[in-house]
Design a protein around this ligand. Structure first.
Ligand SMILES: Nc1ncnc2c1ncn2[C@@H]1O[C@H](COP(=O)(O)OP(=O)(O)OP(=O)(O)O)[C@@H](O)[C@H]1O
Ligand SMILES: C[C@@](O)(CCO)CC(=O)[O-]
Length: 919
């Protein structure tokens, strides 16, 4: 186990003037300003000398003071014990002003009273339940708009910083609780100051305390702490502190505290002052222990969230403004019940809410501190139900580790083997695979091996849209989820005569599988590189498609004989290759073949184009070395969620992810470009589902209408059963989407009404799915309604009506609708939980005997809600030639096997290749 980093405690020379530094002993050996622990221990206010020289600040336990012109008259307005405390807190927080109130929430309430009705506030989407509750109250009772965005991704904040949004406050917290996500406080503060100079930046610093982080030094206007936690340290009082440098803000805060009467009582001020004297000492030991525990859990393969771990996302951002990693960490076990057993089994770790105490605590946030956030919102925000939070105290770290280990063993989360402790459950394999992938990526980054000299294997899921297809292109939300049917992509490095060429091999399309698919190679230098603009990656939430470049590639790189499926797919691949290639500016451009094959039916409405696009984007990002072992984020992420949705984008993916979210954002942004080539005017729902996986309520951004897009994860969808029927009637999404667009332009009123009706259906369906119960069968009615509305948009087809007739008739009585673009392709049928399997078998037989073209219908009974894109970890692969994927022979063998497997075998074969790492 690596030794934990020692917590560095800060030395801030810039504050020297304010410090009670003694006179220099001699001009040649001047004294340094006091270090932080000295500052903590030294309670000294030169303006308030004690009349008797008391070493400890006395408790002025009095409500009133006699006289008329004295400094104090009434303890609500001021009290000497409180003045001492406030001076001390300001001193250790690099602040000009400090205030002490009755709790952390009282501190936030005081700050939020600076807002006026119609003001708007930006806040994170991974907030403490109490903060969330207070913000929700302000929204409903005070006319304040709250934009919950993923503040760990600054690009979700920037688009909101417009004067018309009336943002007057930005509320940040870093690391967040309980997922320890890092927010770039300094970066966001700079951006806010530039764009909205009047907006106030508020930071909740409770997790770090002034010992490890002083946000006022990094652009914050107001900082508050729940002093119940580290500042007091003993869980024997409730208190909140507020610090700031601006006199105008301080004046208002003093006014609010005096008016509301929430100032801290004298006795609690005394206790808090006493606690702060040991702050530095406590947090130093607590952080060191947290680091040990985090490394221990992570080495066992538990997904562990702690900023001190080498792979913690944005660790570098944290290190820029903090001097330690804190004493809170969290981890998941993979199962809620397992986590419950671990928590119940701990002895030394007390089961308790809150943190910051000298005693170690263990809790399950979803059942405790975050229980006030509704379950659906928690899920949408990516808070795993099995998350365990640990807050380390000052006990001996060996005792704490021993106690935790016993709890993990007793709960069945780990077991002893001859080789030591081992995590029970298959997920240990994922951890190994991830480690191997990271090593491979590190080797690429360190120049040991060129990324295009390696063979990469990637995959991405197809999708089923349950509600809202077509309408989603025009701004209506859609409900969709990933499928276990996937597209797979393999890159094979070129050697010999193929060097200098880039090729594609699409095994599923045009010539078809039997003939070996479509194969083509281009002379890399012969491609129209001059047509690629210098920078095609502008700032903003969406990367636009360069139609001139597309036209040029189409004209000069593809002969007219290439069929439409292969033409579109080749165009999308070449476009991404050239855009990334130009940006990479390599002397020798990567020479390889990209081979694609899917278990999904191509062009049947199950998102084959998006799965293909995500595979191509991922493979190319790997080839160009753009996927590093530290998460890249050179493309903007998806749009932030709307205030009404109250949730961050793709947050489920984020919390559960093994591949970083920033990477998923980059993949998704490129895949969206490819989808624009394949679909013409896509909504982005298909590529988002293929990138992030799971179930999504997706809304497209409509900049022309000033509407922001967003997505939230939906759980209820993925626990249901669906039967998919492919009518085998070929259709083309691009044409169908264009046709609906034309109807909308020609008949705005008729189409506008249909779109509105679809919106109502989607809203009702989201409600039913969130309830997770559908006793009245509402979902079936809504499926039927949605199909009829799609029929009015002229995207149904007689073959789809045949599926509806069969599934809807006796004895089945099931609801069916088209899915995807319609015009043929697939239909989706909802199968109730209690639907007998014998009936299902006879229904499938009936459907599979039906046909519309020369091919009979094909049914799929596939799982929904699986992971997003995946990368095969090369060194964890169990290929015939283990660990030698780089050799030409091994590469060749891999593609040959890939092409030779039957569709039915492909999934198991690909999964059996070794360790896959997914989003
Ligand atoms: N496995 C694949 N190999 C190569 N190209 C593919 C593959 N799958 C899809 N494509 C590309 O995507 C196109 C199909 O896209 P289309 O949008 O019509 O169907 P879909 O994505 O399955 O349906 P929907 O968008 O309605 O869900 C193909 O013509 C081809 O260009
Ligand atoms: C028809 C459509 O709504 C779904 C295709 O799967 C198009 C899109 O959203 O891009």
């Amino acid at each position: 186990m690596p030794a934990p980093p020692k917590t560095k405690l800060p030395l801030d020379v810039s504050r020297a003037v304010e410090l009670p530094t003694p006179e220099p002993d001699s001009p040649y050996r001047p004294r340094q300003p006091y270090r932080f622990s000295t500052l903590c221990a030294t309670v000294e206010n030169p303006d308030q000398k004690d009349q008797y020289g008391a070493s400890s600040v006395p408790i002025y336990q009095t409500a009133t003071f006699k006289g008329v012109n004295g400094e104090y008259d009434y303890s609500r307005s001021g009290n000497p014990t409180r003045s001492h405390l406030e001076h001390h807190i300001a001193k250790i927080s690099s602040a000009a002003h400090g205030f002490a109130v009755s709790s952390g929430m009282a501190a936030l309430d005081t700050i939020l009273r600076l807002l006026k009705p119609s003001d708007a506030i930006i806040a994170g989407d991974d907030l403490y339940g109490g903060t969330n509750r207070l913000l929700s109250y302000l929204q409903t009772h005070q006319g304040i708009t709250v934009y919950h965005v993923d503040t760990t991704d600054p690009s979700t904040v920037t688009p909101l910083l417009k004067p018309e949004n009336n943002i007057t406050m930005v509320l940040l917290e870093s690391p967040t609780n309980p997922l320890l996500k890092i927010v770039d406080i300094a970066g966001i503060a700079k951006e806010v100051n530039e764009r909205l100079p009047d907006a106030i930046i508020v930071v909740d610093n409770t997790m770090m305390s002034p010992a490890l982080q002083r946000p006022l030094e990094h652009g914050a206007d107001i900082v508050y702490d729940s002093a119940t936690k580290y500042l007091s340290g003993h869980h024997d009082l409730m208190a909140g502190v507020i610090t700031c440098n601006r006199d105008d803000i301080a004046k208002k805060i003093a006014f609010i505290i005096n008016s509301t009467g929430n100032a801290l009582t004298p006795f609690d001020c005394f206790l808090l002052l006493r606690g702060t004297k040991t702050l530095s000492l406590r947090l130093s030991q607590q952080s060191d222990t947290a680091s040990l525990v985090a490394n221990y859990l992570s080495s066992l393969g538990f997904p562990t969230f702690y900023p001190g771990l080498p792979n913690h996302p944005n660790r570098d951002v944290h290190e820029r403004i903090s001097s330690g990693y804190g004493a809170v960490l969290s981890f998941t076990t993979g199962e809620k019940e397992l986590s419950e057993r671990v928590v119940a089994g701990a002895r030394l770790w007390s089961v308790s809410v809150s943190f910051g105490c000298v005693n170690s605590l263990i809790s399950m946030p979803c059942a405790m501190s975050h229980a006030s956030i509704p379950a659906a919102t928690r899920a949408a925000r990516g808070l795993p139900e099995d998350l365990i939070r640990l807050c380390t105290g000052i006990e001996d770290s060996a005792d704490l580790l021993d106690d935790l280990e016993r709890a993990l063993i007793d709960a069945g989360a780990i077991r002893r083997t001859a080789n030591g402790l081992e995590r029970v459950r298959a997920t240990i394999n994922e951890a190994v695979a991830k480690l191997a992938l990271e090593n491979e990526l590190a080797a690429v980054e360190n120049g040991v091996v060129k990324p295009h000299e390696k063979q990469w294997v990637v995959s991405a899921p197809g999708k089923v849209i349950l509600f809202g297809e077509h309408a989603v292109v025009h701004g209506v939300p859609a409900l969709a989820a990933s499928l276990s049917l996937r597209c797979y992509g393999v890159t094979t490095p070129h050697t010999g005569t193929s060097r200098g060429k880039v090729g594609v091999h699409f095994l599923d399309i045009d010539a078809g599988e039997k003939e070996g698919g479509f194969k083509y190679e281009w002379d890399i230098e012969g491609l129209p590189w001059d047509a690629v603009p210098e920078s095609t990656l502008p700032e903003g939430s969406e990367v636009p498609l360069d139609h001139d470049l597309l036209e040029e590639i189409s004209r000069s790189a593809l002969p007219s004989t290439v069929g439409s499926h292969a033409r579109q797919a080749s165009l999308a691949f070449l476009y991404l290759y050239m855009v990334m290639g130009k940006a990479a500016g390599l002397e020798v451009r990567p020479s390889f073949t990209f081979t694609a094959r899917a278990t999904l039916p191509v062009g049947a409405g199950l998102g084959s184009s998006a799965a293909f696009s995500v595979c191509a984007a991922t493979a190319l990002l790997l080839i160009f070395g753009r996927i590093s072992h530290s998460s890249p984020s050179d493309l903007p992420s998806p749009p932030p969620s709307s205030p009404s949705s109250g949730s961050g984008s793709s947050s489920q993916a984020q919390a559960m992810s093994k591949l970083p979210k920033a990477l998923a954002n980059t993949v998704n942004a490129y895949a969206f470009l490819s989808e624009k080539i394949l679909h013409g005017n896509p909504s982005g729902v298909d590529n988002s589902v293929a990138s992030y996986g799971g179930g999504l309520l997706y809304t497209k951004a409509m900049p022309s209408e000033g509407k922001e897009g967003g997505m939230i994860t939906i759980e209820g969808f993925t626990s249901r059963r669906f039967l998919l029927t492919d009518t085998r009637v070929p259709r083309n999404t691009k044409d169908l989407v264009a046709n609906v667009g034309k109807q909308k332009a020609d008949e705005p009123e008729r189409v506008g009404k249909i779109l509105n009706d679809i919106r109502t259906v989607v809203e009702k369906a989201s409600g039913v799915l969130a309830e997770s119960q559908d006793e009245k069968g509402d979902l079936a009615t809504l499926i039927d309604e949605n199909h009829k509305l799609l029929d009015q948009l002229r995207v149904s087809h007689p073959s789809l009506e045949t599926v509806r007739r069969i599934t809807g008739s006796e004895p089945y009585n099931l609801a069916t609708k088209l899915t995807g673009a319609g015009g043929g392709g697939c239909a989706v049928t909802l199968i109730p939980d209690d639907f007998p399997s014998s009936k299902l078998t006879s229904l499938v037989a009936l459907l599979e005997s039906e046909k519309f073209t020369s091919e009979t219908f094909v049914t799929y009974f596939t799982e929904v809600g699986g992971p997003g894109f995946g990368i095969l970890s090369p060194s964890a692969s169990s290929l015939d030639v283990p660990g030698q994927l780089r050799s030409e022979e091994a590469s060749d063998t891999l593609v040959k096997i890939f092409a030779s497997k039957s569709k039915a075998e492909l999934k198991d074969w690909a999964e059996g290749l070794g360790g896959w790492v997914y989003v």
